[in-house]
Design a protein around this ligand. Structure first.
Ligand SMILES: Cc1cc2nc3c(=O)[nH]c(=O)nc-3n(C[C@H](O)[C@H](O)[C@H](O)COP(=O)(O)OP(=O)(O)OC[C@H]3O[C@@H](n4cnc5c(N)ncnc54)[C@H](O)[C@@H]3O)c2cc1C
Length: 285
């Protein structure tokens, strides 16, 4: 049974922030597709629930050429799927959004909720990592911006403080010729988190950027691996090398309900090969 809590839906960011400041034991509600499950099962208990969907800034999504894309905290995953500009500029983000749960869940689930929930297997984390997204955070003390690579602090943990709200996520603009893909593997039945989620991005300067989810305590940007392939042509031999090398960065749970660690190691390799092939095919067209 759902335990009792106070519910508040402010109409401005200022109201929301001062409510958070006055009521430390507050949880934030966006789409509710993660948090309501936890509250209903009493896995988490809160005294106050703050719905951010009435905040005007949270409902904005805007693209500025040469600057980038701002996705407000109330923007749903389906809004990402439906945006043709995002599909053209940030294809791996659209790809990950398409693959997140079901249409009904995507209608409520938000992009920001996906990263704030900080599941190691969050689908949208990997594409946001390869695009160097910036997390915009507000509190009564002021605003701050955190690089997405520094946002995740562990399983279901972020660097957010109790009095902070994420107002949105900003993705820098890409140059013409920039391309990316998202591949994931999940259990066959039903809508579920991935066993491995992989985002690969190839910049016009031929820099290969990589991020992977569900293989460690947090989604990972593979910066060291990126450096070691810098300047190298993508060939089947290089793909084989990355398949072996990527294992050094993975630290999957030995056994989870979704899969064994061995399976995740194997699938990561399969997705790397498929992803690189897809990127090259896209480049050729
Ligand atoms: C059946 C089912 C299938 C699913 N499948 C997938 C899947 O395939 N892939 C996947 O990645 N996820 C999946 N999920 C998880 C979930 O749908 C996503 O993580 C979703 O994006 C969460 O967004 P939300 O708006 O519903 O978040 P909420 O549940 O509202 O919030 C999630 C967490 O983030 C915090 N939060 C939300 N917004 C903010 C904010 N602005 N500032 C600070 N904290 C905030 C909340 O307090 C809470 O702790 C699934 C869930 C269900 C129920």
């Amino acid at each position: 049974m759902l335990s009792k809590f106070a519910y508040y839906k402010p109409e401005s960011l200022e109201e929301a922030l001062s409510y958070l400041e006055k009521n430390p034991r507050t949880r934030i509600l966006a789409g509710g597709t993660d948090i309501m499950l936890l509250l209903r099962r009493n896995v988490e208990i809160c005294e106050h629930l703050l719905n951010i969907k009435g905040i005007p800034e949270a409902n904005t999504m805007s693209y500025t050429p040469n600057e980038g894309l701002f996705i407000g905290a109330a923007i749903t995953v389906n809004e990402i799927c439906e945006d043709v500009g995002i599909r053209k500029r940030y294809p791996s983000l659209s790809g990950a959004a398409d693959n997140l749960a079901s249409y009904q869940i995507r209608n409520r689930a938000t992009v920001v909720g996906n990263i704030c929930n900080a599941s190691p297997g969050a689908d949208l984390a990997a594409p946001l990592l390869v695009y160097d997204a910036k997390v915009h955070i507000a509190s009564t003390e002021g605003n701050r911006i955190v690089e997405i690579n520094e946002f995740f602090a562990g399983v279901k943990k972020t660097v957010l403080k109790e009095n902070e709200i994420v107002t949105g996520v900003f993705i820098p603009d890409v140059e013409l010729g920039d391309n990316s893909v998202y591949l994931r593997k999940s259990r066959i039945k039903g809508h579920d988190l991935c066993n491995v989620g992989l985002a690969l991005r190839l910049t016009p300067e031929k820099r290969l950027l990589m991020a992977i989810a569900a293989v460690s305590t947090t989604p990972l940007r593979l910066t060291e691996l990126e450096k070691s392939v810098e300047g190298k042509e993508i060939t089947p031999e290089l793909a084989d090398w990355i398949v072996e090398e990527i294992k050094k960065y993975m630290n999957p749970r030995p056994n989870s309900v979704r899969s064994s660690a061995e399976y995740r190691y194997h699938i990561a390799g399969v997705l790397i090969k498929r992803g690189l092939k897809k990127l090259l095919e896209k480049e050729a067209n």
